[in-house]
Ligand binder design. Structure first.
Ligand SMILES: [Zn+2]
Length: 426
């Protein structure tokens, strides 16, 4: 399906690459993009070569009478040596090549340069938890995803997760239960000799969401009150204070109940045996069973569950259909856009949303509406001011029409948006 480059052509291309850079900004930018595609194509070619190395080395070992289960020995190490990567990385790329053999359409996307090696790995990992026929269905569905090239790694991961969930939720839950057993904390100094270090915790995402929300709320409050520290610094200080019971937090922080945003269909929420995955805002799809477990825990613990109906009857749907006169997005509208977009809308990005902004600028006549609103991460919001807007595709997840709902309780523990039109695993 793709006109894959041969290594000969790539070698020929290597000559102009070392030459001087000239041309206008547009030409230079075009070359930047073309080279990125070429990099991915080269990686895909390396995956095919690794498969050949594997085949030839096994043949040779077989001829020498090596037992079948030991014939693949040394393949990853040889590939690693030639690619000048670590043996551990070599094992990863050889495993990827083998997994991609079972995902021919995904392999084609990789060979066309639409996926990077890392992105192909992320997709193959999701497929790996599925059984044979489901894996083939996964390959077809993933390859049918529109605009993969523009999606960025996190959105690609979410897409692959949603497809895997749609095909075999049990397999995803089994993996999750197994993964939870691996939870741990590590502490590691930086390699800069600057007296700093990393605290890393591997935790279930709902706990991460709660921790992040708690720290972000504390930081926003402190920054709003004019603390003499950056938002990131206050988040770090708050973490230390919360863990040690002491610590230099800039201002008195009231303990904040946590907010977790979940989006799921009405059927998935209300019908016992409905299996459609839910979306944990900013983190991606999670199994329906897990979403229900989260809701049950919240109900039992705190009775602070807010249920918001998204996108309902147009006659009362003021929240999203109204033309706001304000330049800033009203809170409810901003929350709606945040739930709809999930991750930064910029093509290729997928970082956590920090700002809700106008697609078409307020100053050029853009309105404060759902259609003209988009979630952007801090960096992209800033970049938009500098290099201008890169038009993003409308998010494929939700179909906004209108919204009604009770007023938002002041400090919800769990926000569940549900919508009959939500389509997750296409
Ligand atoms: Zn972004």
């Amino acid at each position: 399906m793709t006109d894959t480059l041969t290594t000969e052509q790539i070698r020929g291309f290597g000559v102009p690459v070392t030459g001087p850079v000239d041309g206008g900004l547009d030409e230079i930018c075009a070359e930047l993009g073309e080279l990125e595609t070429l990099k991915h194509q080269i990686e895909a070619r390396q995956a095919r070569l690794a498969l050949e190395v594997d085949r030839l080395m096994r043949e040779r070992a077989a001829a020498q009478g090596v037992p079948t289960q030991r014939q693949g020995k040394g393949v990853a190490e040889l590939v690693a040596r030639e690619r000048r990567i670590s043996p551990a990385h070599g094992r990863t790329v050889v495993a990827l090549a083998k997994q991609l053999r079972g995902l021919p359409q995904t392999f084609d996307l990789f060979a066309a340069g639409d996926l990077s090696e890392h992105q192909a790995l992320v997709v193959a990992r999701e497929a790996a938890i599925l059984e044979g026929p489901d894996r083939l269905a996964f390959d077809i569905r993933f390859a049918a995803t529109a605009g993969v090239k523009e999606m960025g790694t996190r959105k690609i991961a979410h897409r692959a997760q949603a497809i895997a969930l749609g095909l075999d939720e049990e397999a995803v839950v089994r993996r999750r239960d197994k993964a939870v057993a691996d939870r741990h904390v590590t502490v590691q100094p930086t390699d800069r000799g600057d007296g700093m270090g990393w605290l890393k915790a591997l935790l279930p995402i709902e706990q991460l969401a709660a921790i992040k929300d708690d720290l972000a709320t504390a930081a926003d409050t402190a920054v709003a009150l004019g603390v003499d520290a950056t938002r990131s610094q206050v988040m770090a200080d708050t973490l230390v204070a919360r863990l040690t019971g002491t610590g230099p937090v800039g201002l008195e922080q009231p303990a904040q109940p946590m907010t977790i945003d979940l989006v799921m269909t009405a059927e998935a929420l209300l019908e016992h045996d409905h299996r459609e995955p839910a979306l944990l805002a900013g983190y991606g799809p999670i199994p329906n069973q897990l979403a229900k477990r989260l809701i049950e825990t919240a109900v039992l613990d705190l009775q602070k569950v807010e249920l918001r109906r998204l996108f309902t009857a147009p006659e009362t749907g003021e929240l999203v259909t109204m033309e706001s006169k304000a330049r800033l997005f009203p809170k409810a509208l901003a929350q709606f856009i945040r739930l709809r977009d999930q991750l930064c809308r910029t093509p290729g990005c997928g970082a956590t949303i920090a700002h809700i902004d106008h697609v078409e600028d307020w100053d050029s006549g853009g309105t404060t509406t759902v259609a003209n609103g988009e979630g952007l991460c801090r960096q992209c919001n800033w970049a938009k001011q500098v290099i201008g807007h890169q038009h993003s595709h409308p998010p494929p997840l939700l179909t906004p029409s209108a919204s009604t709902g009770p007023a938002i309780p002041r400090r919800p523990h769990l926000v569940i948006g549900y919508d009959a039109d939500l389509e997750l695993a296409a």
